[in-house]
Structures are given as C-alpha cells and as structure tokens.
Ligand binder design. Sequence first.
Ligand code: ADP
Ligand code: MG
Length: 255
Amino acid sequence: MSAPLLQLREVGKNFGGVQAVRGLSFSVQRGQVLGLIGPNGSGKSTSVNLISGTLPVSCGAIEFDGQSVNDLPISARVPLGLARTFQTTSLFPEFSVHNQVLAACHSRFRSAPWAAVFRLPAARREETLQQERADEILAFVGLGDVAQELASSLSSVQQRLLMIATALASEPALVLLDEPAAGMVAKERKELTGLIKRIQARGVAVLVIEHHMGLIMEVCERIVVLNFGQKIAEGTPAEIRTNPVVIDAYLGGAH
Ligand code: ADP
Ligand code: MG
C-alpha cells in the first residue's frame, strides 16, 4: 500500500481533566472514504478539530501528505489540501452563494495582489477561471439553481451543501465532514450519499463522521470506531457491523 494521505500516531487531547481523545492511531489513504463513528461524546468532533488544526493536539503526531502538521494552524493546512466543513452556517451570510464559493477559490489560488489591482491579463484570466470553477462546484453539489441567492436565504440543508462546496473550492486532497446529514430527511440523505461518492470519484478522500449508519455503511471503505476517546475497532463496514465490541458500545447504554 502506498504512503497514507493522513496518518495519526498516538494522538491525544485533554480538556482540563477530560481525556477527549486517547492514543488514537489510524490512517486515510488517498481517495479513500473513511468513517469515524462512535457514541455521543466519544471524541469524534475533537478528532476532526485536531486533524483540521482547529485545536492543537495534547500529544502524538498528525502527518498529512508525508509532513507533520502538528505545528501548523488551520490556515496553513488548507493550502496543503486539507479542508473541513464547519457546523456553523455560512461564513459570509451577506454574500451570494456563488461569491461565497468564489472567495474560497481565491483563498487558495491567488495571483499577486498588484496584478489584480492593475487588472493585468494574467489576473483577468485567473478571475474568469475562478468564476468557472465556482460555477462547476456549485453545480456539482446541486446548488447551481441558487447560485445568485444570498447564502443566508438558503435552507439549513442547502447551507450544509454550501459548506461542502466551500471546502471543495480549495481543491483539497481530503475533506473532513462532521455530521453532514444532520437534519436531513431520507431523500436528502440519499442525495448526500451520492455526493460523497462523487467527491471520491473526483479523487478526493473523505473522512466522515455520521450517526446515520445507512449512509456510513454505504459510502465508507473503512470505519474507525471510537468509544470514550479511544479506538475500539477498525475495519470494513461488514466487519464493523458484526463486531461484538462495537455492538456492545452502541447498545451498552453509552449511546
Ligand atoms: P463527539 O463528537 O464524539 O460527540 P466530542 O469530540 O465533541 O464528541 O467530545 C468528546 C469529549 O470531549 C466530551 O466529553 C466533551 O464533553 C469533551 N469536550 C469536547 N470539546 C470540549 C471543549 N472545548 N472543552 C471541554 N471539553 C470538551
Ligand atoms: Mg460531534
């Protein structure tokens, strides 16, 4: 197997006396969809915050694309190809949907500021390219029809899709999705399932946290199971579904 895209080695996170994540090691391969599941409070969101750089690790190492990212803030991880969605709604509610994605395109691909000021040909060409990329990404996530609406006017489900579009705009190698199906009805979940598969088909790896087991079992190649901040199992959906330790964690009253 080739070198993993993301590697966690014995990662830990303490909040005061609470060990939210303990000795966590796992990896994500390029283009892989990996699920992170576990009962409430088991450390899933904390893990995503550590990987994205939203929180610093207390101990252990996180490597992305062969390089340690332990000391890099979130702003320095995005250009490496590590993108996440936030559970908050839109980043710039007063922006149109299109412009919000455009801003995210620019955050990664920026010509020199002076080139843009003087509207040099290179800057103009790049601007056109970014406009097209924003349109393509919006169509890709299914928001093509609402591109000119205000981001704040979207339904909560559409805002989630917009967050995914914003994450994809940075052309990541890995996207982190924390409970993307929250608040979705069955039809919307089915569409999201299709979208995650299409993200993978774009060559982008996905790390997804989700309570909805139907979605997890359908999209994930591998699943890591957390309980009380520790990994209790890892395997294919078929292995996880029948693992007695996992069944016990879910049925043992922790959930
Ligand atoms: P999950 O996403 O699996 O539901 P979390 O990662 O949100 O779990 O939380 C794991 C544990 O860490 C919980 O006990 C939670 O209360 C605690 N925790 C999470 N974030 C913080 C924080 N910022 N400060 C203190 N404790 C936190
Ligand atoms: Mg959570």
